[in-house]
Design a protein around this ligand. Sequence first.
Ligand code: BGC
Length: 890
Amino acid sequence: MRCIPSPRLSFDTASLVLLAVVSTTAVAADVQATQAASSIGAAANAIAPAKVAWPYVNTGLPRDPQLEQLLDQILARMTLGQKVAQMIQPEIGYLSLAQMRKYGFGSYLNGGNTAPYGKKRAPVSVWLKYADEMYEASVDASQDGSRIPAIWGTDAMHGHSNVFGATLFPHNIGLGAARDPELIHRIGVATAKEVAATGIEWSFAPTVAVVRDDRWGRTYESYSEDPAIVQAYAGQMVSGLQGTLAQDFLQGAGRIATAKHFVGDGGTEKGVDRGDTLIDEQGLRDIHAAGYKTAIAAGVQSVMVSFNSWNGKRLHGHQYLLTDVLKTQMGFDGFVVSDWNGHTFVEGCDLTQCAGAINAGVDVLMVPEHFEAFYHNTIRQVEQGLIPQSRIDDAVRRFLRAKIRWGLLQRGKPSSRAESQQTEFNSDAHKALAREAVRKSLVLLKNNQQLLPLSPKSRILVAGDGADNIAKQAGGWSVSWQGTDNSNADFPNATSVYQGIRQQVEAAGGKVELAVDGDYQHKPDVAVVVIGENPYAEWFGDIQQLAYQQGDKQDLALLRKLKQQGIPVVTVFLSGRPLWVNPELNASDAFVAAWLPGSEGQGVADVLLRDAKGKVQYDFHGKLSFSWPRSDQQFVLNHGDTAYDPLFAYGYGLTYLDRNELPLLPEQSAATATQQQNTDGQIPLFLRNLAPGLAFALTDSSGSAVTVTTPFGVSTDGKSLTMQSVNLSYQEDARQLRWDAAQSAKASLRFRKAAAAKDYVAAKVLRLNIRLDQQVPANLQLAVLCDAAGLCQRQLSLSETLATFNPGVWQLLEVALDCAAQPALTQQLQDAVVFSASGRLSLAVADVVLADNNVATDAKVIKLGCAPAQARLQPAALKPTAFWSRPPAR
Ligand code: BGC
């Protein structure tokens, strides 16, 4: 029998209530709540799913009468406004201390791209300082009457991975290959300590998705395609992060953990992020919910809702799954948090309101940007009876229960807590643990003629663009959300694969040469070539088929170049999923799937190299937790399939004792040309993210441009124009432009290479979403490239049109490009679309596309005048390039 310690309730209840809430406003006087079911809530229940029995998970956590009584007392004293504030979670890129003071929000987050004070490289002390400031603002009762502290949530996805200098463990896909639940527990403990050092209370991890289609861009966040591995790991990671129920549950450095994303995130059709998971209820339970069983049993305090739908219905509005299944049948007594603006997917909801999600069972709403409007609208919806008061009370009770279990009311401000003062952030012990995890995650797929292990006394060439590239080996969710735009300097104390090899080889008396392109000075005995996928996160990583570097086989060329010179080749493949790499396997003598190993690249050298005396240091240990495809069309390939025919089966992984010789494999890709064609007639310029080959450029009157390809905020040198990420439908899918000076400044979508003509010629309209945030001055100009590759530009004034827009409301705008017969400019233009203005103005743009047709019925269509500019360039001067090519079809 387990001995469960009672959560710390050794305080004087009455005084704590007073500490927590000072408002004397009675709840009853504050709201006229009715129990009437809302029409939105009724709609949410319209689709009756088939019912199967879900397992009741007994955590052994006592329903502590003292805690429940305390919650009764706190709730009875809280106003509706205080309760709603507890339920709303703003993001620090948008939330000010003043707003926290005013509303007393229950929690806040930093998204994958946000660090305190906008400082990507902020040290731990700065995170802690920020945590203190937010804490102080949240307990300041002068305006909202509440002293309940806020908690901070962050995506500690593979270590405290958003923080500069943190230990980065391998992404989950690599941990799955390690087949070591105890290792997962230790990683959870170490991660919690690093999170605690920054004063943050809550981690949005672990992801317990069971990925069934490897085209999904989040495949690497999953431990396995096999529910058994996910189930074995989820509870271990939760108890590592939170503490173990029978010992140190939610004590010391233990952080509140989150099992996400409930449920079916890894099962969407075609692996489309935020798509639809088509499966019967038994499959949903047995495959996709496997991790929740052990996570709940380990006492996980929060569950994050998934963006996906289940058989056509969005999870964020799914009362049956969130309330009936998760909370009632499975017995989850923690709180449910929504994903980033995930409520907007629910029928009847938008960025600023969503009774449907709350009624379905969401307790805390991640509303990064529009939290003020959401707060007021939610209060109104309760007052109108659209959200029952009982639902609000239940949500707040659940959230406060977790906060109190964690000891929030007694722990004091973040920097005063003992666990914030420990010195284990990126400690040697944590680095050694991450290095161990790297060693255990490596899977040996090919080792012909036993090329591996290598002698450290030999002459080794290290090549490939992943060789000395920590950003690439860390992948997405590493210092930045997408993991792009990072250099080795963004990972202090980390080691690249090359650095690890060099250190050991030089110590043993061998020679190492780094040549990314393989052009060595001294002919080597062997080449270690580190290649693979570039970083991505979420839908940015969705792909249509599984061939590696399709249409751009540069790494294959590198491997073949070395092989043709008689140099034995070891390929170290960095990737967030299994990919079809038959040609690369053929061009390698040995091939290692290294996944996304994180900050400790020397773990690769530990396994690839013998020691100086010739002994194997560490044998390969990793076994595939995902089936490896035989063809680039084997998207849905999972252990247990009826016609299972992988190249390397689930569980495969050679060791140094094996003598397998992999024969040459067929190299014919099955991908058809039609897959490269766009089906919806759109060419994206900035659709959720910049199209390849484009950047934003901000230019002020001095003429010098600041170019940016990331969602980070940026200003011109003179600060006359500032750009910041905002949200329309997706995370950071829009940009807000703020002009703030008398001189004119412009923001453009700028080509990084020359533009190709054909798509512009085909396009009929430029379409974009636009939101006016502040008064339009008379001189807002839009200029659009309207002809072959930068030879013609049309300008129009937007001031008059935008003057008719409602401020703060997104509106679709179409600009016709029918000026083909017009003369054009003398030199090729750099910019596809330009907004220029002076004075004070703020507007946001999103979803900028070129389209063949005008389909949007409610769009304001502006026809460009076709006033001539200057003389036309000779067509011969044009050099079309491929970057305009239409995106592959879904
Ligand atoms: C992701 C979540 C993450 C959240 C906050 C979302 O886009 O789906 O996994 O926790 O952002 O960063």
